[in-house]
Design a protein around this ligand. Structure first.
Ligand SMILES: C=C(O[C@H]1C=CC=C(C(=O)O)[C@@H]1O)C(=O)O
Length: 370
């Protein structure tokens, strides 16, 4: 499809009241995708969802928010940036669907109280790991900056799944996430365990704390794979991956689709939410998070990604922000274990925030974001 044909399609999409725009770029490629379609709530997340072309946006906790599928009326791949004319046709859809939620930053004192409650559950109630997240809200920025923001994230973070999306149900979300939840190419499936964070500097070296945290997540992934009948999966790692201003420990798992006993959608639902965003044991961590955190997470720590020709790439939605009429709200989380210290955890989330904040300041020229 050339630009003139795309513009014709966009005009009829707008005329017919099309409601959703998806921009994304998979890790380690310079191919970007613009997808337009209409968003619908998914009532049952089964294998059918994984066989129709579209884009999935799944919340952290589906008891509170719906899983959304955007169908694929327009699918355009490109490199570089979109033409001014194309941008003019898609930006009003972002504008129209900006939510007016008020987003309030989590203060250090609030974070401390939440940390202490979670720490109590770790030391007294048999929890082994839990993710505490907080909100950091800046002033909002002009929707006109969304495409520049997306392009800049693509340039800076080759390792990440970079996206900017809008649907009437979710509002506007932008992110650059380093964590693959589940990917399928032909008959090959891949997942990863990602855990342990340090500043991305040569002098910061992995200690026992991060190695134990990584092993906990890796053991959980193995349990889930084995419970789905998958044997003979290949593993690689743990190895270090850079993710902007931080680095993580990562282990890869790969296996063929025929090894999965039952539906692949069931495997996906068992993996989500991984201990990288929820905790261990999973159900207990989910309950403590719902009780302790003051933000509802929404689509943060959920997963999202494209489905094409029965292949898919779903990434955990971290290092992301929700853009509202009044704020850009960054969601910042970190894993707590019994060895965690309050100040270090807070600082870790500050560093994770730099992925988006540095771009926010450059592209949207935002100052003073406390
Ligand atoms: C939950 C987040 O990061 C997760 C992914 C990698 C390492 C993490 C950690 O070391 O705490 C987190 O589990 C986030 O960035 O909001």
């Amino acid at each position: 499809m050339n630009t003139a044909q795309l513009i014709d399609k966009l005009k009829s999409f707008n005329k017919e009241g099309g409601d959703s725009v998806i921009l994304y770029r998979l890790p380690f490629t310079d191919k970007k995708v613009l997808q337009l379609g209409n968003a619908m709530s998914i009532t049952k997340f089964d294998n059918k969802v994984l066989s129709n072309d579209g884009f999935i946006i799944h919340p952290f906790n589906s008891s509170f928010y719906s899983s959304i599928r955007v169908d694929q009326l327009v699918h355009y791949t490109y490199q570089g940036t979109l033409s001014g004319h194309v941008s003019e046709l898609i930006l009003p859809i972002f504008d129209m669907n900006l939510k007016d939620d008020k987003c309030i930053s989590t203060s250090f004192e609030e974070y401390q109280q939440q940390f202490e409650k979670m720490f109590h559950a770790l030391s007294e109630e048999g929890l082994n790991k839990i993710i505490l997240s907080r909100l950091k809200a800046t002033d909002s920025f002009e929707v006109n900056n969304v495409i520049d923001f997306f392009d800049e994230l693509c340039t800076l973070y080759a390792h990440a799944f970079v996206y900017a999306i809008v649907t009437p149900q979710t509002g506007v979300w932008i992110g650059a996430g380093p964590e693959l939840l589940l990917g399928k190419t032909a008959d090959q499936l891949q997942t990863v365990s990602l855990a342990g964070t340090l500043p991305n500097m040569p002098e910061s070296e992995w200690s026992k704390k991060e190695l134990v945290e990584q092993k906990m997540v890796t053991d959980y992934m193995k349990e889930v794979l084995e419970a789905s009948g998958i044997d003979g999966y290949k593993t690689k790692g743990p190895y270090t991956v850079e993710a902007g201003q931080v680095k993580h420990l990562r282990t890869d798992f790969s296996f063929t689709a025929d090894k999965v006993k039952g539906e692949i959608s069931d495997l996906l639902m068992k993996l989500h939410p991984t201990p990288a965003v929820c905790g261990l044991p999973k159900q207990q961590a989910l309950e403590v998070i719902a009780e302790v955190e003051s933000n509802r997470r929404e689509y943060y720590a959920g997963f999202l990604g494209p489905v094409n020709n029965s292949d898919f790439s779903f990434f955990v939605n971290i290092r992301c922000l929700k853009l509202t009429q009044s704020h850009a709200a960054l969601y910042l989380g970190g894993g707590l274990t019994r060895g965690s210290e309050l100040k270090k955890e807070w600082e870790e989330t500050e560093l994770k925030g730099q992925t988006l904040l540095s771009v926010l300041k450059n592209v949207a020229n935002l100052q003073g974001y406390e």
